[in-house]
Ligand binder design. Structure first.
Ligand code: AGP
Length: 619
């Protein structure tokens, strides 16, 4: 995943592009660069590139006091896919004639074939990247075909297989930007002063305008200060731009006084869950409103199976949904890692209903898995957090999680918002299919509606959790155990810890301990049990006793007032009592805080953990 920003308009371009790159750094941060067209009075304009390995801060230092003037620029912050992070592989890339420069997010799958052809035509490519091939191909087509840049981009992209979000500037046409996308996101902002902004998502655009156009796959936009915005497809069809008004505010992407975006997002969960529920639970009428479900009710009513496709934390939300749909709607559910599903030649039936879960809506494996399911005739329902994202637009129907921008690489509020939305859908489908008794439905939607206030209560234990975290900063392993609805929470707690503190952690069904992991137990190993009062509580209690008998260091998340489990624990965290099906919305919070604090105490980069990016748009 990389971050792309571009500007063309009346103002100096560099500061706009640089501040935009900072807002996108969570998408990739192993190298960064800018290209700007400098006007030189009566002499030809010059195309200036500055790029370097490392973060945007390195780029800023590298540019230093140099006065890079110019009102059209492109910028890029990279997460390496082809070629190691270094200055040469950093974007932008220019072609041989030094006339055009390009930034790219995605993967050009046939780049080595194209590279050979370009070599044979005398192009000297300097980097190991697939992106540089693209800029040389465009130049080759433009010069040999005597075409405009816009047409050359279109003809060149017809030769390309793979994913791209690109922006190109042309020294000989300094009033024009060209942008195009396929399977990687690109948003265009329309400034009141006639300026145009292009970015991988809306966050760099928000400070300047709320009017945006989301480019769709295989669309090429020409942003011309004189002629305006024009969009054509790679197959040369005209597209009328659909201007949308952005609803996210600039402050929503600042840290808001917290040390890290992740902590801000953990504490935003009462609000983000409330926003996910808003307008969808009607206690007066006793109903859940989910138009994305009702508009395709036949697909849900006739579904013989639900297949859930996701990755990472979203996959854990999918596991919670498996328990929800099987309990309330009595529909068999299979939860699949999208990366496995897409290559396994899966059996997909026309009456399968697929739920795709993705915070970013851009995860390459999830997007590809959806296409596999759609090709087989399944109905795809998307649960995404980013409006206008590829997965949301690839799905037949869906529901947004409305958690707001999630900047921290470790997903927190998106996870609980995914669960809130999936819970509403499972309850709605269950009662509508007559599988869930109405009086239980009414009780559950009322309790769900009250969850944000209970989350606020859980967050009040942050200091206690900080003190527990201090006990485990030197740990090298950890075990997370839970049963039933708490098994996915155990997996999620373990993922949180390992991805931001770099401590190895494993989540397991508590009963599985006897089948191997119990050999790991010793006085050094932290064992986190999630043990709220539910139907399997007594069984979990026995598992806790087994660990205690072997000297494990026990952190136990219990229902408030539960003295029995607490008496066995070294450290106790209480959560308010609630229905077992809603408990993941509460029990996952302490595990987020625990991993956050351990990571901070270990001096880890919490918002941008090593090797990770916020959205994995490459395989
Ligand atoms: C979550 O903490 C991780 N950063 C990661 O596993 C993430 O959930 C996964 O990459 C899926 O992303 P998506 O929800 O945007 O598809």
């Amino acid at each position: 995943m990389c971050g792309i920003v571009a500007y063309i308009g009346p103002k100096p371009a560099l500061p706009i592009v640089i501040s935009g790159l900072k807002r996108l750094e969570s998408r990739g941060y192993d190298s960064a660069g800018v290209a700007i067209i400098e006007s030189n009075g009566n002499n030809p304009d010059t195309l200036v590139l500055r790029k370097i390995k490392g973060k945007v801060s390195n780029l800023i230092e590298h540019i230093g006091e140099e006065e890079l003037k110019g009102t059209v620029a492109i910028g890029h912050t990279r997460w390496a896919t082809h070629g190691p992070p270094n200055d040469i592989n950093a974007h932008p890339h220019r072609a041989s004639s030094d006339r055009i420069a390009l930034i790219h997010n995605g993967i050009i799958e046939n780049y080595s074939t194209i590279k050979k052809t370009l070599h044979n035509r005398g192009h000297a490519l300097l980097s190991d990247t697939d992106s540089e091939v693209l800029v040389h191909l465009i130049e080759e087509v433009m010069i040999s075909g005597k075409m405009s840049l816009g047409n050359a981009v279109r003809v060149a992209l017809k030769q390309v297989t793979g994913a791209y979000a690109i922006v190109i500037i042309d020294r000989e046409n300094p009033t024009t930007l060209i942008a195009a996308r396929k399977s990687s996101p690109l948003v265009i902002g329309l400034g009141e002063d006639g300026a145009y902004y292009v970015a991988s998502d809306a966050t760099p655009i928000i400070p300047y305008t709320k009017n945006v156009v989301y480019l769709n796959d295989e669309e090429i936009a020409t942003l011309d200060l004189d002629k305006g915005l024009k969009i054509r497809t790679v197959s040369n069809k005209t597209v009328i731009p659909e201007i949308q008004a952005l609803e996210i505010e600039i402050e929503s992407i600042e840290k808001g006084g917290y040390d890290h975006f992740m902590l801000k997002e953990i504490f935003e969960q009462p609000k983000s869950i409330r926003d996910s529920l808003r307008g969808r639970i009607d206690l007066k009428k006793g109903e859940v409103r989910m138009s994305g479900v009702d508009d395709h009710w036949d697909k849900w009513n006739n579904a013989s199976r639900i297949i859930i496709l996701a990755c990472g934390t979203s996959w854990h939300a999918g596991l919670v949904a498996e328990y929800l749909f099987e309990e309330f709607a009595r529909i068999p559910v299979e939860v699949e890692y999208a990366s496995e599903f897409r290559y396994r030649n899966p059996i997909i039936r026309k009456d399968d209903l697929v739920i795709a879960i993705s915070q970013s809506g851009e995860t390459a494996d999830s997007l590809a898995a959806i296409k596999t399911a759609k090709d087989a005739g399944a109905h795809v329902f998307g649960v995404c957090n980013v409006v206008g994202s590829s997965i949301s637009r690839e799905s037949h129907s869906g529901a947004y999680t409305r958690a707001g921008p999630e900047i921290g690489v470790a997903s927190t509020k998106a996870f609980t918002s995914q669960i809130a939305v999936l819970t509403m859908i499972a309850l709605h489908v269950g009662v509508k299919k007559g599988k869930l008794p109405r009086e239980r439905f009414l009780r559950l939607i009322s309790e769900l509606n009250g969850i944000p206030e209970l989350v606020t209560k859980v967050l009040k234990q942050a200091e206690l959790i900080d003190s527990i975290a201090a006990e485990f900063t030197e740990s090298i392993n950890a075990l997370y155990l839970g049963r039933g609805y708490q098994f996915p929470v155990a997996l999620e707690g373990a993922l949180k810890l390992k991805e931001i503190s770099y401590i190895h952690a494993e989540g397991y069904p508590a009963a599985e301990m006897k089948h191997g992991p119990i050999a790991l137990i010793d006085e050094k190993l932290p064992v986190v049990f999630i043990a709220p009062k539910d139907d399997v509580y007594e069984k979990v209690l026995s598992n806790i006793q087994e660990v205690k008998a072997r000297g494990g260091r026990l952190v136990v998340v219990v229902t408030e007032g539960d003295k029995e489990a607490a008496s066995l624990a070294d450290y106790v965290i209480e959560v308010p009592r609630c229905d077992a099906s809603l408990a993941p919305l509460l029990t996952s919070i302490p595990l987020q805080l625990l991993s956050y604090k351990i990571a901070v105490l270990r001096g880890c980069n919490v918002d941008q953990p090593r090797n990770l990016a916020k959205s994995v748009t490459v395989e």
